[in-house]
Design a binder for this molecule. Sequence first.
Ligand code: FAQ
Length: 331
Amino acid sequence: MYSQGLIGADGRTEESPEFLEAFQRRIDAEEKIEPKDPMPAGYRRTLVRQIGQHAHSEIVGMLPEGNWITRAPTLKRKAALLAKVQDEGGHGLYLYAAAETLGVSREEMTEELLAGKAKYSSIFNYPTLSWADIGAIGWLVDGAAIMNQIPLCRCSYGPYSRAMIRICKEESFHQRQGYEIMLTLCRGTPEQKAMAQDALNRWWWPSLMMFGPHDKDSAHTEQSMKWKIKRFTNDQLRQKFIDATVPQAEFLGLTIPDPELRWNPDKNDGRGGYDHGPIDWDEFWRVVKGHGRMNRDRLAARRKAHDEGAWVREAALAHARKRKARAMAAE
Ligand code: FAQ
């Protein structure tokens, strides 16, 4: 193999140029990096940050839709929504497990979230005001999540890429159930169609913000692309999402709330694509920094769930301790 780097007198890892070059060669050869492989500290840090934020997003992301489980209009809708929200919880767990392979514990990540120090997706700080919002979230938020996450199935870090395969299969069902809710509303009464339009009006721009800042303002994209953690830039994925979603809105008979949205035949190397109006980045950063409409409620709900679940964690640990003691006594 190659030398990983030496521990310097100050206790910090000094990564030799040969190590960094050899690591990059593995990445360029599309080799998967596995938990016990030597890796640059920055690569590990980037993954812990991104996977941790992603896991928190899935867990906090259960809240806006969870709000509607008891108010779903039919038993069928309730069963589908319940299953979807449970899936999101499962995604959070796979992702925490993937992050743990990098040496950070789930307790540490949870503490950071509950202390308000860890980021999670801006989108989950918007309120769900009507049943149509559940359709819009499935269609747009899961739609944006899939666009972003399919390329993550090819991420260079093995455990993250493998977790993403199952997650993407489930997200695809989520997107369809959301679109089907929108379709039902749009084929319903004028009031129902108006609800669907109102939900689209409120969720469109926050969905575009999910992809993160424009490439020129993105702190991490360039390095993450080199390390093949990200396979596409934020703007590339946002463009793909817009191009895929506009025809879906047309089929529903809904209007995208962007007067500057225009088909541009020269875009995407002559294949065509949509130009769009400016995104309100002030709003984005306000929400990311904790000042969105629902930030406080979301963290309060997570803290409450954590406190109320303390007895479950204690019981599970006591059970594990008992089993260990029994196994030792039997030896
Ligand atoms: N919200 O340099 P970049 C879902 C932060 S899961 C909040 O571009 P990067 C499933 C970013 O962290 C949705 N913060 O960063 C579901 C960084 O801050 P830092 C989550 C954001 O990492 C559906 C700073 O801005 N998906 O929806 C956001 O290269 C329905 C600079 O940004 C993932 O996490 C944002 N939207 O690119 C669940 C996918 N955007 O850390 C329930 C994995 C950026 O320096 C219901 N993550 N920031 O303090 C990624 O692909 C990337 O991390 C990006 C950001 C693309 C999100």
